[in-house]
Design a protein around this ligand. Structure first.
Ligand SMILES: *[C@@H]1O[C@H](CO)[C@@H](O)[C@H](O)[C@H]1NC(C)=O
Ligand SMILES: *[C@@H]1O[C@H](CO)[C@@H](O)[C@H](O)[C@H]1NC(C)=O
Ligand SMILES: *[C@@H]1O[C@H](CO)[C@@H](O)[C@H](O)[C@H]1NC(C)=O
Ligand SMILES: *[C@@H]1O[C@H](CO)[C@@H](O)[C@H](O)[C@H]1NC(C)=O
Ligand SMILES: *[C@@H]1O[C@H](CO)[C@@H](O)[C@H](O)[C@H]1NC(C)=O
Length: 495
């Protein structure tokens, strides 16, 4: 009896060896190593109305994978955007100190010197560079002086073009949602069938629309070709300067002063004094600027809660009179038909979310969005205050914002009900804020390779297949052997 058990031992051992070999091959190599070291990167998103700091982190050994970089922490800089310090540039640098001190704490000390730090400024600084290039460079010099004093690997403060802003937002969203490439269970990279998601960003001073398209680009300024993970993408992008939320509000205020002497988008019962200098100092309101105006004069303006007049005021922002291409969005800007699903973030999210959660209105169809906007614009100041007491500072301007979003999507970009049903209003993906900042860092640190990444396993694919075959043969041989031993043990009489 003992002898028979002993003869069973070798095939069993063989089977165990084959099985463990197979199992080891299926376990990603990183799991049998020490936990990977983390890497960090910091981006300061210097927007027109405020600056946000984002600290990102990722495991060092997987840095080429998609969806791996995520947000570690963030910080909102107190005060206005850096472009608001045009008259006192050094204060722009000083304004960043509090968040930079937080970054020193958020990133482990031994990682400080290897952590890249970027500052990217957007439409607020593009506008300042239009009106006063000297002021724009002094502000950039001031923030550069401040950021260079920190132990991070500071790689410069720059003004992004509208095209960059649009494309990096699109890269961020699709990277986080793993739409470019995905690592499958069989140990191979594949391109997910769902395709990429278009991106719509509404900032303080500009708005961007970016989506993958097969339509030929009629204007090279709107065409971007990308090669990510070995795949080519042909992307349409456009940034409308002066169509960000704050600039739109200034422009509506200027035309309300000009045509009505009251504000149809403001709630009835709301009234405030506006300083003429503040309205007309922006290049976006230049066309509406009266020839001589007293810049220190204040004018009192009251709201009237009039949805119809508000709609007329907002539609004055879009010019459909001429299009030099086969088709345009507005202002003579080429745009192919919107295709695929979209993610609408930043102020798109905040405005639509106000309708959804504070007002409790459905916004699932364009018709509902329009009806919700009319309902919001018909509220008196007392009614609004009762709805959203904590949103005091922006409360009076939600109607104008919603009217603008609704017209921009339906008339401007020409979303119909079908296309609109594929629009997601969302500010985060995979616990990370959606915006241009992450895509900007991924690009500048080469974290998205142009080529298809190889196998994630430590071994090459061919030798991995060979090992897989070897261990399988071993396992089968062991089982055959085992079966024969068991049979011979059962029939002792057989020869
Ligand atoms: C990432 O990709 C680059 C270029 O393809 C390569 O040199 C680098 O070794 C890769 N890094 C990792 C951790 O796989
Ligand atoms: C300001 O605008 C000019 C003209 O478009 C451009 O050449 C320059 O690079 C811009 N300045 C900065 C700091 O980006
Ligand atoms: C401009 O407005 C200020 C404040 O209302 C006033 O004190 C000043 O006299 C005005 N100047 C002119 C030239 O009207
Ligand atoms: C619309 O654009 C056309 C062509 O650019 C221009 O001539 C016209 O004045 C614009 N209309 C308005 C209302 O701005
Ligand atoms: C606005 O609200 C009033 C009641 O407060 C209602 O009678 C009116 O029909 C509403 N108008 C619109 C356009 O919804």
């Amino acid at each position: 009896m003992a002898g028979k058990l002993q003869s069973l031992l070798p095939p069993i051992l063989l089977a165990v060896a084959g099985l463990s070999g197979l199992l080891l091959l299926c376990v990603p190599t990183r799991d049998v190593r020490e936990p990977p070291a983390l890497k960090y990167g910091i981006v300061l998103d210097a927007g027109s109305s405020h600056t946000s700091m984002f600290v990102y982190k990722w495991p060092a050994d997987k840095e080429n994978d998609t969806g791996i970089v995520g947000q570690h922490s963030s910080c909102d800089v107190q005060g206005g955007g850096i472009s608001s310090y045009a008259d006192n540039p050094s204060a722009a640098g000083q304004s960043l100190v509090e968040c930079m001190e937080q970054a020193l704490r958020d990133v482990p000390k031994d990682r400080h010197s290897s952590t890249p730090l970027y500052l990217g400024a957007t439409a607020g600084m593009r506008l300042l560079n239009l009106t006063s290039p000297e002021a724009a460079s002094s502000v950039l010099a001031a923030v550069t002086r401040t950021l260079s004093q920190y132990p991070f690997d500071f790689r410069g403060a720059r003004i992004l073009s509208g095209q960059d802003e649009g494309v990096f937002g699109w890269v961020t969203a699709n990277y986080l949602l793993e739409n470019f490439i995905k690592f499958g269970w069989v140990g191979r990279w594949f391109r997910p069938r769902k395709g990429t998601l278009g991106a719509m960003d509404l900032g303080g001073a500009s708005t961007q629309i970016t989506f993958e398209t097969t339509s030929p680009a009629e204007d090279p300024a709107n065409e971007v070709h990308l090669r990510l993970y070995g795949q080519y993408y042909s992307v349409y992008t456009h940034s409308f300067l002066c169509y960000g939320r704050d600039q739109v509000l200034q422009r509506l205020l200027a035309s309300a002063l000009q045509t009505y002497h009251f504000h149809p988008c403001w709630p009835r019962g709301y009234s405030t004094q506006v300083l003429l200098r503040e309205i007309y100092q922006s290049p976006c309101t230049m066309a509406q600027r009266p020839p001589n105006f007293n810049s220190s004069a204040r004018i009192r303006l009251s709201g009237t809660s009039n949805p119809a007049l508000c709609r007329d005021l907002v539609s004055g922002l879009f010019n459909f009179s001429s299009c030099p291409f086969s088709r345009c969005s507005f202002n003579g800007v080429f745009q192919p038909p919107v295709t695929g699903n979209f993610i609408a973030f930043s102020a798109f999210y905040y405005i639509v979310d106000f309708l959804r959660t504070v007002m409790g209105l459905p916004v699932g169809t364009l018709q509902q969005l329009e009806a919700a906007t009319v309902t919001l614009c018909n509220q008196t100041w007392t009614e609004l205050q009762a709805l959203g007491p904590r949103q005091e500072s922006r409360l009076a301007s939600y109607c104008a914002g919603a009217m603008f979003v609704q017209q921009l999507l339906s008339l401007g970009y020409r979303f119909d009900e079908r296309a609109y049903s594929g629009v997601l209003f969302q500010k985060k993906a995979a616990d990370t804020a959606v915006g241009w900042a992450l895509g900007y860092m991924l690009n500048l640190t080469n974290l998205i390779p142009a080529d298809r990444p190889g196998l994630r396993k430590g071994t090459h694919f061919n030798s991995w297949v060979a090992l897989l075959l070897l261990f399988s043969v071993l396992l089968v041989a062991a089982l055959v052997l085992l079966l024969r031993q068991v049979r011979s043990a059962k029939s002792p009489g057989a020869i």
